[in-house]
Design a protein around this ligand. Structure first.
Ligand code: SF4
Ligand code: SF4
Length: 174
């Protein structure tokens, strides 16, 4: 199927999800045979696990749950769903996530499920843990670690997005 970078990065939430599904259905087999992509995905899993452990050690889910209960609280607003792009959703699918909208309202992000975000790989803005509650309620050393690890996750995500970009746009869609 023909598509452009504009479709990948700048279509609406539904358009990006539709494209990601098409790419997964049509290309997941060929992508799974690329050793570089497989090894980068494995690295992403590792650094994401470290981030998960760091967040758990700081009880971030407690902060976020308390925040989300307040009026207008939480940062998983409907607006944020459009911070995803089709390659990010495709990466989630390649890692085995069933990427399905969890809600259809104009308040919360459609990827926010009953137990939190369903995405394993999250948009850049969702990896910014520098809100007031978190900055005020945590030890500076833990915050520094969190920043370091979330940067590593982000760099790894960008590396994989670049591989996908080169795969799809260096051959046919340019
Ligand atoms: S990251 Fe901060 S603003 Fe967002 S839900 Fe958690 S505590 Fe609230
Ligand atoms: S963390 Fe997940 S649910 Fe929250 S805004 Fe980001 S993508 Fe949406």
């Amino acid at each position: 199927m023909a598509f452009t970078r504009n479709d990948v990065y700048f279509s609406d939430v539904e358009g990006k999800l539709f494209l990601a599904r098409q790419l997964f259905d049509e290309h997941s087999t060929e992508l799974s045979m690329q050793p570089i992509l497989s090894s980068q995905l494995a690295k992403l899993k590792l650094v994401s696990q470290v981030l998960h452990e760091q967040m758990a050690s700081m009880s971030l889910s407690v902060f976020c749950k308390a925040c989300a209960k307040k009026a207008g609280g939480g940062c998983c607003s409907a607006y944020m769903a459009n911070e995803t792009d089709a390659f990010l959703l495709l990466i989630n699918m390649l890692l085995g996530v069933r990427v399905m909208p969890q809600r259809n309202d104009s308040f919360e992000c459609c990827y926010l499920g009953d137990h939190g975000c369903i995405l394993f790989v999250k948009p850049i803005f969702c990896l910014n843990y520098n809100c007031h509650s978190i900055l005020q309620g945590n030890d500076p050393v833990a915050l520094k670690n969190l920043e370091k690890i979330s940067s590593a996750v982000l760099l790894q995500q960008i590396a994989i997005e670049n591989i996908l970009d080169a795969h799809f746009f260096s051959k046919k869609n340019r």
